[in-house]
Design a protein around this ligand. Sequence first.
Ligand code: PXL
Length: 284
Amino acid sequence: MDRQKRVCAVHDISCVGRCSLTVVLPIISAAGADCGILPTAVLSTHTGGFENFTYRDLTDDIRPISAHWQNLGLEFDALYSGFLGSFAQIDIVGELFDDFKRPDNIILVDPVMADNGQLYKIYSPEMAAGMAKLCGKADIIIPNITEACFMVNETYEQGPYSEAYVLNLLKKLADLGPKQVVLTGVNFDEENLGAAVYEAGADGFSYVHAKQIDGYFHGTGDVFGSALLAGLLNGKTLAESAQIACDFVHKSIEFTLNLNQEPRYGVAFELALPFLMEKLGLLT
Ligand code: PXL
């Protein structure tokens, strides 16, 4: 058996609502990896669809935690960042990447800050330039279309998209510095929804998708990103991992609808974990 992979997941803890660490940790664990966490903030719920949530910013804890890990000589096979607790954390997480980057590990950045054409309420427009800088330190970035538009100063449009619109975004995102880009929330017709997968310098992109399910489901970006990383840690290519992630999100939404669960509480990904493990070849 191969050595167990170790991940550092840099996201908030939204205590209720299934996004960020309450999603990343179980999915990475189900993928057979050791998932270390670096919480960026603690909230009573996530910020989408709940009022009066509590918010504890953990900016001051990140450097001491990282320093302790460096003293221990820890190494990570992947560092995966998502929702950051403050603007100042962008530079601090950038330092963390500098300190833990190895020639063969993966830095995966989800520049979580916006959706549906709008920045999340708690963020100011300067977040976009900061996240664009952080993306420059990543091997792989996984923005949605809104985040992409904010980072490369393009006009946000609603789908279905033309290939030219998507390719332009992909090239500009790759110009920020990452080697590979997975752009989420891409559709070319009303039937399907998926992601465009792009290698820096390439002429075209590949497209992975599943049947579109109407509605807005909270936390699916984190479910997608975690399953994508789960694929990579298990030796799948980026395109294979993106397809697995897309199918996993689709299955999780199906379970959510079958159970009539409220979308603001996140998707029922737990029930789809056996499906993910099967796709990763972990059940044989
Ligand atoms: O899933 C993204 C996310 C993560 N963490 C918090 C959020 C959101 C999206 O709204 O509010 C706290």
